[in-house]
Ligand binder design. Structure first.
Ligand code: GTP
Ligand code: MG
Length: 364
């Protein structure tokens, strides 16, 4: 199980700069001409979690293994991409299967960097991109609708159910509204399986100039308002600074950031916000070999959480020894937690909580 975020935006807004900084590779070439990225780039990034740094010390583990999140960088979209403008919209196929959308918006002024729309206006840009995502969704649904209608006439129940689910979404999209606004209550899971772009949760990343990295600017403020209205997430970063930070050795980063008046890395904030947006939770396993973080979705029960490590763990699940993070730290580890009566044995109905330290008992 891996979770991933697709990065969208106009050309030249800093998607690849951000992606590179995130993945600390030069895999996605960032260059000052629109449409630099043609092939999609996929990168896995570690999810920073200060709790794991503590656990590795208490557990005296040899290795620390964070959990990860995947990012997919695609080519920029332009107004009319669905009709073939720019590089077209076929790249969107590469992010249909992602779990969330990271929408990078240019909020920095720089006359040397071409803006395809002629000037900086992130709210307008957000509308352009959203329109292209909606048109792509509409096209995809209309294509499927024809085939499903044929099957439905032959009394195919599944096709009929699919059509029923799709109809309100098509109406909304034709009306210029994202599909998420028309998903019937209780059918979020079925709707997600349609792999539409405009049902995915959105995180706006405002790429501001260096001087505004700590505070944001008027452009990012306008985006924040829009995000609030939509219930979307928003993070302010300077992709240029993040690109520099990613080149520095780990031990020099904090000082560099502090020198710029920043308390933490913007990338960490993007990753954390992406994690939250996806409703993800972390549990830990701690042993002499490794202290490790694992990702689950909120509400998952112990056997399904075990499956993240290995399918056998789920099949042969018997129970799990569980210590809450705060107890583990307060009791200085597993032995202490056991003595203090803070180690619980939980069964297959246990809903795993964020921060739990788990040890699975299984039999295969
Ligand atoms: N001044 C300034 N320039 C930036 C910033 N972020 C990116 N750039 C520059 O803008 C240009 C385009 O950046 P990319 O990251 O390649 O843009 P992109 O969104 O991936 O573009 P496409 O792949 O063409 O869609 C590069 O020359 C970057 O150096 C920033 O925060 N400030
Ligand atoms: Mg790019």
């Amino acid at each position: 199980m891996g979770f991933n975020c697709g990065i969208v935006g106009l050309p030249n807004v800093g998607k690849s700069t951000l992606f590179n900084a995130l993945t600390e590779t030069a895999a996605a070439q960032a260059a000052n001409y629109p449409f630099c990225t043609i092939e999609p780039n996929t990168g896995r990034v570690a999810v920073p979690d200060p709790r794991l740094d503590i656990l590795v010390k208490i557990g005296k583990s040899q290795k620390e293994i964070p959990t990860s999140l995947e990012f997919v960088d695609i080519a920029g979209l332009v107004r009319g991409a669905s009709k073939g403008e720019g590089l077209g919209n076929q790249f969107l196929a590469n992010i249909r299967e992602t779990d969330a959308i990271i929408h990078v918006l240019r909020c920095f002024e720089d006359d040397d960097i071409t803006h395809v729309e002629g000037g900086v206006d992130p709210v307008r840009d957000a509308d352009i991109i959203e329109t292209e995502l909606m048109l792509s969704d509409l096209e995809s649904l209309e294509k499927r609708q024809i085939n499903l209608q044929k099957r439905a006439r032959g009394n195919d129940r599944e096709a009929q159910a699919q059509l029923e689910l799709m109809e309100p979404l098509i109406v909304a999209l034709r009306d210029g509204k994202p599909a998420r606004t028309a998903v019937p209550k209780g059918q979020e899971g079925e709707a997600a399986r349609l792999q539409l772009l405009t049902t995915k949760p959105v995180l706006y990343v405002c790429n501001v100039e260096e001087a505004a990295a700590a505070t944001g600017n008027a452009h990012s403020e306008a985006v924040r308002k829009r995000a609030e209205e939509e219930g979307a997430g928003v993070v302010i970063v300077s992709a240029a600074i993040e690109a520099e930070v990613s080149q520095l050795p780990q031990e020099d980063r904090t000082e560099f950031l502090e020198g710029l008046g920043l308390s933490d890395s913007g990338l960490d904030r993007v990753i954390a916000a992406g994690y939250r947006l996806l409703g993800l939770r972390t549990y830990f396993t701690v042993g002499p070999k490794e202290a490790r973080a694992w990702t689950i979705t909120a509400g998952v029960k112990a056997p399904q959480a075990a499956a993240v490590i290995h399918n056998d763990f789920e099949r042969g699940f018997i129970a799990c020894e569980t210590v809450a993070f705060d107890d583990y730290v307060a009791c200085n580890g597993e032995a202490g937690a056991k003595e203090a009566g803070k180690l619980r044995i939980e069964g297959k109905e246990y809903v795993v909580q964020d921060g739990d330290i788990l040890l699975f008992r299984f039999n295969v």
